[in-house]
Structures are given as structure tokens and as C-alpha cells.
Design a protein around this ligand. Sequence first.
Ligand code: ZN
Length: 440
Amino acid sequence: MTQESPELQFETLVSLCKRRGFVFPSSEIYGGIAGFWDYGPLGVEMKNNIKRAWWRAMVQERDDVVGIDASIIMNPRVWQASGHVDVFTDPMIDCKNCKHRFRADHIDSDVCPDCGAQGQFTEVRPFNLMFKTFVGPVEESAAQVYLRPETAQAMFINFENVVTSMRRKLPFGIAQIGRSFRNEITPGNFIFRDREFEQMEMEFFCKPGSDEEWHAHWIQKRFNWFKGLGIREENLRIRPHDAKELSHYSKATSDIEYRFEAMGWSELEGIANRTDFDLKQHAAYSGKSLSYFDEETNEHIVPYVIEPALGVDRTFLVLLYDAYREEEVKGEKRVYLQLHPSVAPIQVAVLPLSRNEKLTPLAREVYGRLRPHFMTQFDDAQSIGRRYRRQDEIGTPLCVTVDFDSLEDAAVTIRERDSMEQSRMRIEELVAILREKLDS
Ligand SMILES: [Zn+2]
């Protein structure tokens, strides 16, 4: 019965996201701004659910990882030490005719794709992707700072603070969720590549020599996390980088990739073995020793670092993309999002059969019962059929319908999103039953 659309285009999702309040173009009434998006009322719920799921798996359920929440603007020396000032660049060319700018590696002839001028390109120049701004009242180079292009560096520069304050022994990790900014020359594919985005990164410090084992551990852990969120396994794969793809700091990196019908296999998360590069760099630039005293061997060592790093926005896109379903029911198209209950923006919708004044008080009472336990929505506008379709389209796993029989038998109908099956349950047992269904 279920017919997945043969090739789900991003336009379909962009339109659903806007219509249903997931994601809006930023500054839309002023014509928008490329590479920036606003999350709407449902989008922010889902985004928070994703972040909570990650934090729970990476910090709260482990005894070897702690979290931090660092400032976005840091001392600019951080970005000299990390290499971002020198090497965080894309090769760029300008068209002298229309003044448009392109990534040189996206242009394969001497014809401008925007105006058609031939042979008008400038030389290739490196373009730094960090956003610059100024601290204090003077706009001069001494006051220039950067909006962070990644959250990771904050974990390296707080290594000593965390070891000391939390009395940590190797191996252990420091995790963070936060905004990052990259002045991408060509943002695109909806929220896949943004200029402002949110990252979830963890730096796992371990003894040199144990790094390869930990790298393998985290690749598998992270792959399983996506499966646990309901992403279909056939759309996921692990791809190790070959030598020429590796970043300047990396000994080995594997990407977890997702297969978009619209653009093929694309990076969802990178898990890098960053060696001791970052701690050594920051020790050299700051003059502070960022080593660890190993009590077993009585030696100071510089730990190796394994980094699983992904974007919240990209995870959000993949979850929506993978959950999108279209099918025909009684001659009509039904669209639903088969979202995992842990990330669905609304978990339970309470729907009185109609706005009849006899039904409303009981429906409100049921709603009040459920709200402390689940993200719940009350909806009594339009026909019950339209309301089911609306909940399907935003991925609500369960609907609870209050009808005239409910007034007599103190029971309600539970309707399941994926199968559309309905069953009758006593209001007394509703919380326990819904919890069981949502957890299974
Ligand atoms: Zn041009």
C-alpha cells in the first residue's frame, strides 16, 4: 500500500516545512537571506528533541563524558592555533563582468554560469570561511574576532579546566551543542548547508595507542544512534576517507553518510581521529602545558582525540527526508512522516469528534491528563478526517479521539499514524498505554 515517492525533492520538504510550521526562510518578508533559516513552532520542538536525544546518549548515559557550553566568540589566537585563519578556505573566483563569485572547484569551463561572459574570471584566490566582527567600540584589526566555525576548539582549550575541576582520568570526553557559522560561498540544498547552524560535537581524549580502538568504537556507536532514531539502515553507510581527503589534523576519518534520492550519498556525521594535533597546537600558541599526568607510568602524555561531529540541522533534514511517505487511501493521497516518537514534534493529539459542547469538557480533561507526560496538542478545528491528515503530515504518532460514547463508557479511541488502526482504551489507563506505545 505504501508507495514511497520515487525521488523526493527538497522542494517538497521545503513546502511541507513552511506550510506546517517546521522551517521558514529567514527574514522572508524582506526577500530572505541565503543560507539562513528560521525554525517554526514545530521545528523548534523537533530540533530540541534531536539535541536531547544526542545529549542523553553522549553525556547522560555515559560515565566517561561531560558537557560544556562555551562562548561563541573566543580569543582570536584560538583560530590561529587551530589552523582556521590559514587553511579554513575555499578556492574562489569572481566574474569580472557580473561580479558574481563562485567556488573555483564548481566551475569547469571559462564561461560564467550567471551571465555567460567568457574568459572573464579572476585568478583563483583563497576565501576564508570565518565570519569576522569586532569586539569593543573600535573597528580595527586589533579588535577583530571571529564567529566560531566549529564548537570543537572550546573543548580543547578547556581541557585543563575540565581535568582539574572534574578530576577526570583518561579516557574521557567533553561534549557540546552550539551554534557555529561558516560563510559558505554556495549554501544550499535547504538546511543541508547553512551559513549559521548548530553542531553537536564531542572530543574524546584517550591514550596514544588506544586511539584506533576508540575510533572504531565511536564509529559504531554513532551509526547505531541514527538507526535508533528510526533512519532506515539501507540509507546509511560508513565511508572511510582516503588519504587525500583527510583534513590537516586527521590521521583517519570515517563519515556516516545518508543516501538522499535527490543528491546521492552525503555526509551526515564525521568521526575523526584528530591525534594530539589540537592540544599540541594550543600548548604551543598559549604557552600552557596541555598534557596529562599518567599515574600508571609516571609520565606526562598528550592525549589523542577522537571526534564525532555532526550538525543538528542536517540531522533534522535527514530525519524528515527519511520519514516522508506518500500513499493512496480510498482514492486520496495521504502524506505522513514516519518519525520516531522520540523526535516527533507532537507525540499525542487529542481530537474531540466535533465541537459539540457536550464533548469539549471531557476532551479538555483528557488533554489535561496527558500534557504533563507527552508533548500534546489539542485540535478541534475542521472535520476529524482533515485533522487526522494534518497530524499525519507533521508526524504525530498517536491521536486520541473523544466521541459521544466516551461520555458513557469513559473510553477513547487511539488511532495510530502508520497503520491508521484504531483501538478503544479506558481513559483511566490512557497514560500508561500511550507510554508503552511510544516507547516500543
Ligand atoms: Zn558573470
